[in-house]
Design a binder for this molecule. Structure first.
Ligand SMILES: [Zn+2]
Length: 65
């Protein structure tokens, strides 16, 4: 696989994002990646996942400049 420097930076940005701990805004339970609702209180965390995804997209956009 041919991975250039900027691809490598983007890969690292994605992996760092995946390692971020997301917490339930309602009860502070730690969420696992792939959860769409809090396993503790059942809160829908769609908005939080979207914010997480937006942060990642911004990071990737800033790397491609
Ligand atoms: Zn919760």
């Amino acid at each position: 696989m041919n991975v250039n420097a900027s691809s490598e930076q983007r890969i690292i940005a994605v992996l760092n994002s995946l390692a971020e701990n997301l917490c339930c805004p309602n009860c502070d339970s730690r969420l696992r990646f792939g959860d769409w609702e809090c396993p503790h209180c059942g809160k829908d965390i769609d908005d939080d996942l979207r914010r997480w995804a937006m942060r990642l997209l911004n990071r990737l956009a800033s790397l491609s400049q």
